[in-house]
Design a protein around this ligand. Structure first.
Ligand SMILES: Nc1ncnc2c1ncn2[C@@H]1O[C@H](COP(=O)(O)OP(=O)(O)O)[C@@H](O)[C@H]1O
Ligand SMILES: [Mg+2]
Length: 1045
């Protein structure tokens, strides 16, 4: 089947559909009757419906047909969230819903670029109109839209309350029964946005305007106007609020319906009219027409004595005339007289009472009926695709919505029911054409051998009604046109004559005894596909004629009321040709409708009414069984299941079940048919359980599919694990790759940075070297840019070097060689540094040490380069004294008295005569020195008197203190020897302040002995130290070359 393709692959991808919902099958029946095990049993079918209905699951599929059971209560399944849930999701993926069907049609239109239509059928009150409204709302909410389109969507939605007010009425079956057929096209542009709409209306039940069965009402608008219109308005229209005052509203004796708020609906309708674009004037005209119908109803006639008829409610006429915008007396005349044209001459003849009444009713029906058509046209104008949009968007496709009256069987069935049921026959035929037949064709195209399933083809009934010359409609027309006395009964007789013996046609006369009992003589019975219906022929001719007296038409043509004048055209009056009969008109419009529907891809909504009482939760099995039967649902199911309960395109089947066979998992790359074949073999399907077509697999029993589905369910954890593993692996791998890439980026950035830095350094270095070399070449020039760096560097590095190599002590005379430029500065620095060191050194020196230094300096001045033993003495410190206090005899100390001994040393004294060595102590006081022999002071040397001190240049310890000879007391010069001669002599010289009087004599020393005699001491170098008496009385001192002294 064509629409079968959609189940699988609406957007070009394979979707998993019905199977996923199978798990819930046991709880609330099956979501798709196709999966019903016992598909031949009507009881099982109804039981499934019932179980689901009890759970508020009002929708169930038969393949792609949606079966809907009216819940008669608000279910919370029509919210925006629900719409979103169904949007873009494949048909069978979630629970059945009108939205799933709407979405499916919408997407099929978008993807296949094929016009769609949704056929909603079912008997009155089964929920067709509600379903069509839900579909419309779904499109208005979910389709993409801009501002203009939003307005259009609103207008589309608002057309409903207007059409319902004028075309719906309360009937016994439905408080809001549509009394006209409606086919609505919604046009979409290539983006899928609604851009326009168009409505076709079919056969309004006009008879309702003038007559209602008991318990029924006239069209809603009358009650809405009376209940909702404000006082001013009613006054202007000449109306009273009480509906009981109007003849046209009292027939059913049912002015109020509890489920309907006329007042609120009035407001809704008035608002809707303005949304659709009615001007105030148009609304006023419309209300005038509505009011005029009520006034017409109240127009009463009286019969004169000569059988003439007159209007008894004259007071009413001006009002009526004003509302209709016509001349009052002309209207009054036209209502009571008829104009005939015979042999080119016009004749006016009065009407009798009945004729006048029916002329009045005909006018009311015509006015109302034509106004309704005008209303639809008006709505169409506002919904029409605006030209500029047409050219800018190029409409791509349309979705048609057919909400037409369902099959009707009433107590008394008349012409209207005949038309309605004929219409349903036609729709059933279309349904058979498109579903049952195409189902069989599918098997053919797939190359599957199967036995043709018998289904009832209602073509025979359609022919019975519509066939040319022989059909009921033709006979009716003929009877209407036939000159001479014709009446409804003659029509019945004609039918019996022509159609007697037809298997679907029975009359009282033709029927057998049993049927005859339940049939009226004025009835004929048709055996519709949906059941038997008896039609009473009364009124057939008149209703088919649908005649309005010519003079009434003439009056209406002249109306000031814009609507009336548009409804009654002058051309119609001029045209002598008889207009088509109502039934033929209807037949032709149905033909056109069938053509429209045939050109589109259909989806079906089959509505079922659960009970006759409009009660929630009540499931009347008898009633439902009847509907299931006449909607042909069992046949529909049987054909679907005839061979095979389930079919799926190979790719979809493989896609879902491939995990169940190792050869097809995870992917099958070979031919699809081979893959499927492998898979079913692995699953152990028996040959009688399935068939492989050209592109689809057909499975015979639901059980087989359920088992497979259960196997898949059991397999799922394993698949999930595999998927998880793969996914985790993939995730970790990509994480690792990401990190790796990041690391590489960081590395290369870092390396780049390093390399750039090194290059920069090298460049700088090269620069530096270049400048250095250049500077070197120019180094002898004046300070100039070429050499400034070099010279600065030389200076700088000299100074840096200097800091590191400064002399550490005053004795260190080293100093780095300065570059020529810095000679002067270097010299300054050197002096400065030396001074600094000296200052620092001096600051550090102790008084003791200073004394030592002073003495050493003096010693140096005296002895340096003069005496051999001097260098050895330099390193030895001079002591304060060489004798301790105890070593000096107390007596000597006492003798000296206040004179303190500053220095003492042991010396050897050589006698002046004989040069005998005598050990003595030499003690130095402040102004003199004494020579002491144990307790006795032997000799005293006043410093003042001291003439000089002599020493040899060798390293001996001999020294002579020269004293003046004049002094008698003096014993002459003293020849002394001491180990520390240099220290001692230095001390004596300093204390006596006789530094200039120390003589170093090389070779020999002359000295004065007592009484002026001169002695000589000779010094010679020898092997060891020796003091002896030499020749000529000289004292000979032999001094070793390297003296230890
Ligand atoms: N899906 C639904 N949910 C709730 N109530 C509904 C639904 N369908 C129909 N009805 C009720 O049933 C009544 C009759 O439905 P309607 O569509 O007018 O029937 P039809 O057009 O087939 O004659 C509505 O007025 C409403 O109260
Ligand atoms: Mg309806």
């Amino acid at each position: 089947m064509r629409y079968q393709g959609r189940e699988v692959d609406v957007q070009g991808r394979v979707r998993l559909v019905m199977e996923s919902a199978l798990t819930a099958r046991d709880r609330v029946g099956v979501q798709d009757f196709v999966l019903l095990e016992n598909y031949n049993s009507e009881a099982a079918f109804i039981e499934n419906l019932r179980r689901r209905f009890k759970e508020n699951l009002i929708y169930t599929y038969i393949g792609s047909v949606l079966v809907s059971v009216n819940p008669y209560k608000d279910l919370e399944i029509y919210s925006k969230q629900q719409m979103e849930r169904y949007r873009g999701v494949s048909f069978y993926e979630i629970s059945p819903h009108i939205y799933a069907l709407s979405d499916n049609a919408y997407r099929a239109m978008r993807t296949e670029r094929k016009d769609q239509c949704i056929l909603i059928s079912g008997e009155s009150g089964a929920g067709k109109t509600e379903a069509s409204k839900k579909i419309l709302l779904y499109y208005a909410v979910t389709c993409p839209a801009n501002d203009h389109m939003a307005a259009l969507g609103e207008q589309l939605l608002q057309s409903n309350p207007v059409l319902e007010a004028f075309g719906n009425a309360k009937t016994l079956r439905n408080d809001n029964s549509s009394r006209f057929g409606k086919y609505m096209d919604v046009q979409f542009d290539f983006r899928g946005a609604p851009v326009g709409g168009h409505i076709l209306n079919y056969l309004l039940e006009k008879s309702r305007v003038v007559h209602q069965n008991h318990g029924e009402r006239n069209f809603h608008i009358f009650y809405q106007l009376l209940d909702g219109g404000d006082d001013d308005l009613l006054h202007k229209l000449g109306l009273e609020r009480n509906p009981q005052k109007f003849q046209y509203l009292v027939k059913g004796n049912c002015p109020r319906v509890s489920s309907i708020s006329d007042k609120n609906n009035w407001k809704v309708v008035m608002k809707a009219l303005s949304v659709i674009g009615f001007t105030e004037e148009e609304v006023q005209n419309l209300l005038n027409v509505i009011a005029s119908v009520l006034h017409l109803g109240n127009t009463q006639f009286g019969e004169g004595e000569e059988g003439e008829t007159f209007i008894t409610t004259e007071t009413q006429m001006p009002n009526l005339a004003e509302l209709l915008g016509v001349d009052g007396s002309a209207l009054g005349n036209a209502l009571t007289h008829k104009k005939l044209t015979a042999k080119g001459e016009e004749m006016i003849t009065p009407l009798n009472f009945e004729q006048a009444v029916s002329a009045r009713d005909a006018l009311a029906k015509a006015v109302y009926g034509r106004t309704f058509t005008w209303l639809v046209e008006k709505i169409n104008q506002s919904l029409a695709l605006k030209e500029e949009i047409y050219y800018s968007t190029m409409p791509s496709s349309v979705i048609g919505l057919l909400d037409i009256y369902g099959f009707e069987v009433l107590q008394h069935n008349s012409f209207e029911q005949f038309c309605i049921n004929y219409c349903n026959e036609k729709l059933q035929q279309l349904f058979i054409e498109l579903t049952l037949r195409s189902e069989q064709e599918e098997y053919e195209t797939e190359g599957i051998a199967w036995e043709t399933v018998q289904y009832f083809d209602n073509k025979i009934i359609c022919d019975l009604i519509e066939e040319k010359h022989k059909g009921i409609i033709s006979i009716l027309d003929e009877e209407c046109l036939r000159p001479g006395e014709t009446c409804d009964v003659s029509f019945l007789e004609k039918l019996e004559d022509t159609l007697g013996g037809h298997p679907h046609f029975v009359t009282h006369k033709l029927a057998n005894g049993k049927t005859r009992r339940v049939m009226n003589r004025e009835e004929f019975r048709l055996l519709h596909y949906a059941g038997e219906v008896n039609y009473n022929v009364n009124g057939f001719l008149e209703k088919n004629n649908d005649l309005l007296n010519r003079n009434l038409k003439e009056v209406m043509c002249q109306s000031d009321n814009q609507i009336v004048s548009q409804c009654f055209r002058r051309e119609e009056v001029m045209d002598q040709k008889r207009p088509e009969m109502a039934a033929t008109q209807f037949k032709n419009s149905l033909m056109k409708l069938m053509e429209i529907l045939m050109s589109k891809e259909p989806s079906y909504v089959r509505c079922i009414k659960p009970n006759d009482g409009k009660q929630a939760g009540k499931f009347d099995e008898v009633l439902v069984r009847h509907q299931v039967k006449y909607l042909g649902l069992m046949e529909n199911l049987r054909v679907r299941r005839a061979g095979f309960a389930y079919r799926r395109r190979f790719e979809a089947f493989l896609q879902r079940y491939k995990p169940l066979c190792p050869d097809t998992w995870p992917n099958w790359h070979g031919r699809l048919a081979d893959g499927v074949s492998l898979l079913v073999n692995h699953l152990g399907y028996k040959p009688e359980e399935y068939k492989l077509g050209r592109s689809k697999i057909f499975i015979r029993f639901p059980r087989t599919l359920f088992n497979t589905e259960d196997a898949l369910e059991a397999k799922k954890p394993e698949i999930a694990l595999t998927l998880q593993t793969c996914w985790r692996g993939y995730r970790e791998r990509s994480k690792y790759q990401r990190i790796r890439r990041a690391v590489i980026v960081i590395q290369s950035a870092w390396r780049g940075m390093k390399a750039r830095r090194r290059a920069r350094r090298r460049r700088q270095a090269a620069d530096l070297i270049r400048r250095f070399i250049k500077g070197f070449i120019y180094r002898h020039e004046e300070y100039c840019p070429e050499n400034e760096y070099f010279l600065d560097h030389i200076r700088y590095s000299f100074l840096k070097n200097l800091i590191k190599n400064l002399p550490k002590s005053v004795l260190d005379k080293s100093w780095p060689t300065p570059p020529p430029l810095l000679y002067e500065a270097s010299e300054y620095l050197r002096v400065l540094h030396m001074r600094n060191m000296v200052v620092k050194y001096c600051m550090r020196v102790q008084p003791e040490w200073k004394k030592q230094m002073v003495q050493k300096v003096v010693a140096s001045e005296i002895f340096k380069d003069q005496k051999d033993s001097y260098p050895q003495s330099v390193g030895r410190l001079f002591l304060d004294t060489r004798l301790e206090r105890e070593q000096i005899n107390l007596k000597v100390t006492q003798t000296l008295g206040s004179e303190k001994v500053q220095y003492g040393a042991s010396v050897t004294k050589y006698d002046r005569r004989g040069f005998k060595p005598r050990p003595r102590q030499l003690l130095l006081c402040n102004t003199f020195a004494v020579l002491v022999d144990r307790t006795k002071i032997k000799q005293k040397f006043d410093y003042m008197a001291l003439k000089g001190i002599s020493l040899s240049s060798l390293s001996d310890g001999m020294f002579v203190l020269h004293m003046p000879v004049s002094d008698k007391k003096q014993k002459g010069d003293a020849v002394l020897q001491c180990n520390n001669a240099i220290e001692l002599v230095t001390k004596v010289a300093m204390m006596a302040d006789k530094m200039d009087h120390v003589n170093i004599c090389p070779g020999s020393i002359k000295f004065v002995m007592s009484r002026g005699k001169e002695g000589i001491i000779d010094f010679i170098r020898g092997s060891e130290m020796k003091v002896s008496k030499g020749r000529r009385g000289h004292l000979l001192v032999t001094v070793p070359r390297t003296s230890t002294t």
